[in-house]
Design a protein around this ligand. Structure first.
Ligand code: SF4
Length: 471
C-alpha cells in the first residue's frame, strides 16, 4: 500500500508573524515565485500526488514555501535542500520529493550538494528558481547574475574578469549521465507559463514513475531587486535574460529509463546496539540519579582559566553516564581570556526543551563578577555556591540559598589551585544529591590518566564533598 504523507499538524492555522500572508503571499508584487508555486500546486493536484509529495524548502525567498502547499514538508539549512531531499527520498521511496531552491541557495552555497544529488540520479525533482540575483538578502551578485548586470555587490556591473561567467545550471545538469530531465522554463508571459506547465507536469510524472532525477530551472522575475516595474521585469526576461539562458528542454531521456527503486535501508537499532555492546533498554531507569528537582539548570561561571567549561563538561558527562537527559552550552568569545567565562548545563529526567538558561536553579560562581551577574537570577529555592576564597562581598539582592565554599583554598591544600573546579564538583554532587562519592571517584579514574593529576583531583573532590556535609 502506498504510504500517505501529509502536512505536519504542528503548522499554525494562522501565521500571525507575517499578517500580510493571510491575504496574499509574502512574495513581492510581480514576483515569479507565486506563479511557479501555483503551477506546481495545480500539477500536483492534477496528477493526484498531494498525499505522496514531500517538499524540501530552501533558505531564500522560497523559505515559506511550506505555507503554500497542503503537503508534507521539511526545511533545509542554506544550500542543503538537495542533500536533505536525498535523505527524504531514500528514506521514503514512496514519496514524490521536491527540492525547491533559489540561485544563491543552489548555485552558490549549495552547488556541491545539488550537483552530487544530480550525479547520483536521486529520485527527486529540483525546481531551481533563477532570478539572477540574491533576492531575500537584498540583491547581491549571484552566480547567475548576467554580464553587466548591476547588483548591490557589483554596482558597476558584473564582469567576466572579476566574477566569471553566469552559471548555466540546466546545461551543467544535462551534461551529467544520471539525470533524466533537465529543462529551463520561464514564468514571465502566458506563452512561457503554458510551456512551463507542460515541463513541470513531465517532471512530476517522472517522479511518480520513479524514473530518477529531474531538474527544472525557472527564469523568474524579481522586480524588487532588479529595480523594475512588474511589466518591465517580465519584458526583460524575454529581451535579455533568455538570451543568456535559453528556455527549452535540454535533456529528456525518461522514456528510455526504467523505474529505479532504492529500498530504504532500515537500521535495526537493537541488532546494532548488540553488535556495539550497548543496551537499548530506554525504559530502564534504575541508573537514573536522584535530584533535588526534575530538571536542574546549572550555571557555572568564573574567570577564563578557572576550569569553568571543564566543570560543566564533567557534570554533563557524569549525568549522561547515568542515563539522564543533558545539554551543555558554553559561552565563548572575549570571556575566554581573563573575563567572565560561563557555561550552562541542564540535567533532566525528560527531554530538554532548550539548553539556554534564564534562571539557573544551581549557580556556581567562582569570582565576584559572576556572582553579581548571575546571583540575582537564582530563585528562592535555588542554590548559590560561591568561591569564598576569592569573593569577600556578597551582593544583598540574592534570593537563593547561599553557600560559601573556599574552593581555591581547598584546591590549594589538595595540591593545586587549578583543582578548584574538582572541589566544586564534589560539593555540588553532594548538595544536589546527584552522585555518590564512588560515582565521582570512578569518573575521575576514567578521566585522569596521570597518577599525580588523579590523586590531586581525588583529594579536591573529597574536600568539596566533606565541605558540603559541614554546611
Ligand atoms: S525579493 Fe525578488 S525574488 Fe524575492 S520575493 Fe521579492 S521579487 Fe520575489
Amino acid at each position: 500500500m502506498t504510504k500517505v504523507f501529509e502536512k505536519s499538524p504542528a503548522f499554525f492555522d494562522t501565521f500571525t508573524r507575517k499578517p500580510s500572508m493571510q491575504k496574499t503571499t509574502h512574495y513581492c508584487p510581480g514576483c515569479g515565485h507565486g506563479t511557479l508555486n501555483k503551477i506546481i500546486a495545480d500539477q500536483i493536484a492534477e496528477l493526484g500526488l498531494q498525499d505522496q509529495t514531500i517538499f524540501v524548502g530552501p533558505v531564500g525567498c522560497g523559505v515559506f514555501i511550506y505555507y503554500y502547499f497542503e503537503s508534507a514538508s521539511v526545511s533545509a539549512a542554506h544550500g542543503r535542500a538537495s542533500a536533505v531531499a536525498t535523505g527524504v527520498s531514500r528514506a521514503n521511496p514512496d514519496s514524490v520529493t521536491i527540492s525547491y531552491q533559489g540561485d544563491g541557495d543552489l548555485a552558490a552555497i549549495g552547488t556541491s550538494n545539488a550537483i552530487h544529488a544530480a550525479n547520483r540520479g536521486e529520485n527527486m525533482i529540483v525546481f531551481f528558481v533563477n532570478n539572477n540575483i540574491y533576492g531575500m538578502t537584498g540583491g547581491q551578485l549571484a552566480p547567475t547574475t548576467l554580464i553587466d548586470q548591476t547588483s548591490t555587490t557589483s554596482p558597476t556591473g558584473r564582469t567576466v574578469l572579476n566574477d566569471g561567467h553566469p552559471l548555466k545550471m540546466a546545461e551543467m545538469v544535462a551534461g551529467l549521465e544520471a539525470p533524466v530531465l533537465s529543462a529551463r522554463v520561464a514564468v514571465n508571459t502566458p506563452r512561457n507559463v503554458r510551456q512551463a506547465v507542460k515541463v513541470i507536469k513531465r517532471g512530476l510524472e517522472i517522479q511518480r514513475d520513479k524514473k530518477g532525477y529531474a531538474f527544472i530551472e525557472v527564469l523568474s522575475q524579481c522586480p524588487t531587486n532588479w529595480k523594475k516595474e512588474s511589466k518591465e521585469a517580465c519584458d526583460w526576461i524575454d529581451e535579455v535574460v533568455c538570451k543568456q539562458y535559453p528556455i527549452g528542454v535540454i535533456k529528456d531521456v525518461a522514456d528510455q529509463r526504467e523505474a529505479q527503486i532504492r529500498l530504504a535501508e532500515r537500521v535495526e537499532f537493537e541488532a546494532l546496539a548488540d553488535q556495539l555492546g550497548l543496551t537499548t533498554d530506554d525504559e530502564d531507569t534504575s541508573q537514573k540519579i536522584e535530584m533535588l528537582q526534575d530538571e536542574l539548570r546549572f550555571k557555572f561561571a568564573g574567570f577564563g582559566g578557572q576550569g569553568i567549561l571543564s566543570l560543566g563538561m564533567m557534570m554533563a558527562q557524569m549525568s549522561m553516564e547515568q542515563n539522564m537527559e543533558v545539554t551543555w552550552l558554553p559561552s565563548y568569545g572575549p570571556e575566554m581570556r581573563g573575563g567572565v567565562a560561563n557555561c550552562s548545563v541542564v540535567v533532566g529526567k525528560k527531554a530538554i526543551g532548550s539548553p539556554a538558561i534564564e534562571s539557573p536553579n544551581v549557580l556556581v560562581a567562582l569570582n565576584r563578577p559572576s556572582l553579581e551577574k548571575f546571583g540575582p537570577l537564582v530563585p528562592e529555592e535555588g542554590l548559590i555556591i560561591y568561591n569564598s576564597s576569592l569573593i569577600d562581598q556578597v551582593p544583598d539582592n540574592l534570593k537563593g540559598q547561599v553557600y560559601a565554599l573556599p574552593a581555591t583554598d581547598l584546591a590549594s591544600d589538595a595540591g593545586t589551585v587549578k583543582a578548584a573546579n574538582a572541589v566544586v564538583l564534589g560539593f555540588v554532587a553532594r548538595k544536589t544529591g546527584m552522585f555518590q562519592l564512588s560515582d565521582l571517584e570512578n569518573f575521575l579514574r576514567e578521566t585522569f590518566k596521570k597518577p599525580a593529576m588523579l590523586e590531586t583531583n581525588l583529594k579536591a573532590v573529597l574536600a568539596g564533598w566533606n565541605a558540603a556535609e559541614k554546611d
